[in-house]
Design a protein around this ligand. Structure first.
Ligand code: NAD
Length: 390
């Protein structure tokens, strides 16, 4: 008994000393499929403040590949093992949309800081329960709305704060259906509205800095939706989201207008600004460039367009087969590294996230639900977050 006690104390001391020595945040992954494999795992590995302690997934073949690539202390198919692990400070929840509340509840009750991929929840009731469990256990929760952290969006936000007023915003994200996996296009995962438009609903709130008061949508939730959002400060956002385009053309575009000022962010690589004193156009490097020597003479967006078009015409068959393009497609900087880094800093500093917390996650879910309701009844739907959260 005495020996066991001494051993466990020395093990504990050793562990504490090790952690003090390299002073890293220990992170565990639960659900490590396509998105986590392509982004969070490589980003965690290159982040000097993070150490990958554990990776959990139901797919054992995938786990073995992650074990070889990232050398975590262990891999497991049981998420409870990760949540029981006293060394783990925070978890990334990267499962599909129908596996949220039970994982968030268990992680919050285990005292872990939580990164949850978007959308945070599928219903307003789920959001209320998530807000409640996170607050009761006083844990940090950040939702994977990474675009708020993209260098181009950070600059855009700073520039539009110099507008006398933000009056109109246009956000466009058009994809190509056959390059996507099938699972998001099912009612329980929400289609284009639930899996993509939620990003831009969140971004419209971030950019206007105001609460939405009315939502009107046309189209269909699964494949193509146009959403108008009216804000309490009078601003208007139009969100145009679908999968009927070609992936050869860069996907995303954000335009902001107000009192004779214009700022346009073209696919995160080029920011054009007119009417704002002291602000000049700027460009942002690609996060991954498969053709670094091509089209160098062209402006950033034009160059991205040519590279992207070339990629679309030559997609490697294995990438097309597994619907995973992070190794072949030019990757613009959507703030994925920066968002996870901010989360790690918040965990270390024991502060709230500067990105999207549980209220932002709840609002985005409620906005998608209001848009779906507007599609169903064919009329605008009033929106009041306070009454939704109760
Ligand atoms: N932020 C972004 O821009 C962005 C982009 C793409 C996807 N995503 C989000 O990432 C999430 C995952 O999408 P994906 O395309 O990687 O899906 P995926 O199906 O490729 O990965 C999900 C993984 O979760 C695992 N899983 C399921 N239940 C589990 C459990 N109980 N315990 C452990 N593992 C479990 C599955 O085995 C699978 O490997 C979704 O929420 C999606 O919306 C975010």
């Amino acid at each position: 008994m005495f020996i066991r006690f001494r051993l466990s104390v020395s093990e504990f001391t050793f562990e504490v000393l090790c952690r003090m020595h390299d002073n890293k945040i220990e992170i565990g992954f639960i659900g490590a499929g396509a998105y986590v494999s392509g982004n969070h795992l490589p980003n965690a590995r290159r982040n000097p403040s993070l150490r990958i302690r554990a990776i959990c997934d139901l797919n054992t073949e995938l786990l073995e590949r992650h074990r070889a690539a990232y050398a975590p202390d262990y891999v497991t198919t049981d998420y409870r093992e990760v949540l029981r692990d006293g060394r783990i400070d925070c978890v990334v929840l990267g499962t599909q949309h129908d596996m949220r509340l039970p994982l968030i509840q268990a992680a919050a009750e285990a005292g872990k800081a939580i990164w949850v991929e978007k959308p945070m929840s599928a219903t307003n009731e789920e959001s209320r329960r998530i807000v409640d469990v996170v607050r009761r256990n006083n844990v940090l929760l950040q939702v994977g709305f990474n675009r708020r952290f993209a260098p181009g969006v950070v600059d855009l936000k700073r520039v539009i704060q110099k507008f006398p007023r933000v009056q109109m915003i246009y956000l466009r994200a058009i994809e190509e259906r056959k390059l996507w996996p099938d699972w998001p296009f099912t009612p329980k995962h929400g289609g284009t509205l639930g899996s993509e438009a939620c990003h831009f609903l969140d971004l419209s709130v971030f950019l206007t800095g105001a609460e939405p008061v009315e939502i009107a949508a046309r189209g269909d939730a699964m494949y193509a939706v146009a959403i108008s959002v009216g804000f309490a400060n009078g601003a208007l956002a139009e969100i145009f989201c679908g999968v009927h385009g070609s992936a050869g053309y860069p996907k995303e575009h954000i335009e902001v207008f107000g009192n004779e000022c214009t700022a346009i962010l073209k696919s995160f690589v080029e920011l054009n600004i007119c009417g704002v004193e002291g602000e000049v156009d700027r460009s942002y490097p690609l996060e991954f460039d498969p053709m670094p020597d091509a089209f160098r003479e062209l402006p950033a967006f034009e160059s991205l367009y040519r590279k992207n078009k070339h990629w679309r015409e030559h997609i490697p068959p294995e990438d097309f087969a597994n619907r995973h393009y992070y190794r072949s497609q030019p990757q613009v900087n959507k703030g994925r590294y920066e968002a996870l880094d901010d989360f790690a800093r918040a965990v270390r500093e024991k502060r709230n996230t500067t990105g999207c917390n549980e209220i932002d996650g709840a609002r985005a879910t409620a906005m998608t639900i209001a848009a779906a309701e507007s599609l169903r009844i064919g009329r605008p739907v009033p929106f009041d977050l306070q009454s939704i959260l109760g």
